[in-house]
Structures are given as C-alpha cells and as structure tokens.
Write a protein that binds this ligand. Sequence first.
Ligand code: MN
Length: 248
Amino acid sequence: MHPVIAIPADSLTTPSAAINLNQADYSPHMIKNALIACKAVPIVLPFPEVDDAVTPLVDHYIGLFDGLLLPGGPDIDPTLYGEEPIPELGAVIYPEDRFEVALVRKAIAAGKPLFAICRGMQVLNVALGGDLYQDLVTEDPDSRIRHAQAASGQYPTHHIKTMADSRLNMLLGDRVYVNSRHHQAIRRVAPSLKVTAVAEDGVVEGVESRDSHQLVGVQWHPENLWETQPSQLDLFADLVARAIAHAQ
Ligand code: MN
C-alpha cells in the first residue's frame, strides 16, 4: 500500500519573477522528495482565504489522506494563543494558520497520524492548547544557543538530546546534530504532548503524543539533512508506516 500523505500548502506573499505571481500556494521540493523516497503519495492542500470556507473545506480534505505532514513556514499568529504581536514577530499569514489549526484538530480527532516539522510542530502545539515564544532571543533568557542559524539550511549547527523510551530516541539515538532555522519555539507544552527532545539550552526540539504514537514533531528540518544523515529519512518512513497501520 502507498499511503496518501497530505501537506498543507504554504503561501507566497511577495512578488516572484519566476512564476509572475505575488500570491501562490506552494510546498517545498524536499518534503515531497522525502515522502516519495518512502513510497508515499504526497498531496498539497491549499488553504481558503475566507473564514466561512475553513470548516467545509477541512471536512472535504479529511477523507483524502491517510497521514498529515505539517511543514515549516512563517511565524504563527500569536492571537491564536491569546497574545498580541510583539515587535520582534515576523510576517504572519492568518488564513494559513487558522486553516492549519482546524485541519490538525480534525485529523487528530479522526485518528490520522501526523509528523510535524519546525513551524508545523509549533502549529501542532498551538492547536492542542499550548503556546509559543514569539521570539526566543527576546522572551527566553535561558536560550543561549543560536537557533536561527547563519549557516546554509542543509548544514547542522547544534546538538539535541532525545528522551529515553521516546520514538525520536528509537529512530535517531540519544544525541543528534541538527540544523536550526527558527526564532520561535514552544513555551508551554500542550497537555496532550510530551517533550521528547531538547537542545542544550532547554529549548524544545521534539514532541510526541502522551498516550499513543499518533503525533511526532521536530523543531529542525530533517528534509534538508537526510541525504547526509540517512537516519533523518526514518522520520518520514515512520510517518508512512503509521499511516499504513491507520489505513488498515
Ligand atoms: Mn534549534
């Protein structure tokens, strides 16, 4: 069986000469490449611009896929967790966030397995009632590691450690050298999630569901590492295996 894995689309909001558009739904090549390498069928889900369309569209989408992959992307609208934006917040796309939160809640309720990357892990946490640092450097005095790396995105720059008996530990081992392209991070962890990986400054780098294997999230970008660190592809293969198990 080749399970269908849905990827919510990101949105291009600045002019692009290459496609002659300044508004477009898109998904990174490296995400689809990783899924195809694991024999999954990727599909991309565009979000609606208007509030009224969110629920009906999510209701249609939910039947189209076996598993959900939440990719990286822009900052998350802090009003979704009850805060107003601080000056250090980056550009946010409210309709994208509102749609992904609704999609995640629906997918979890339907029992679909989920793997979340970077912003995706933060969306997962917000959808389940947790919150975020809008900007790590401003809001977390304990964070003494550079999480918004200057190095090119495919190069690892800091270490993480995984918790014993976690899925991340089983897949990757105790200590991993990862890339880091985020200035936001999980602050209060959602009640149904547990932290299963941290950086050496305590920043949350991985979460999993407390009582099942339904949810896995990482703060780094494994789609940009697996060609040099083959075990990073196991994160995608794990989602595909969970999606097959759910579908059967
Ligand atoms: Mn990091």
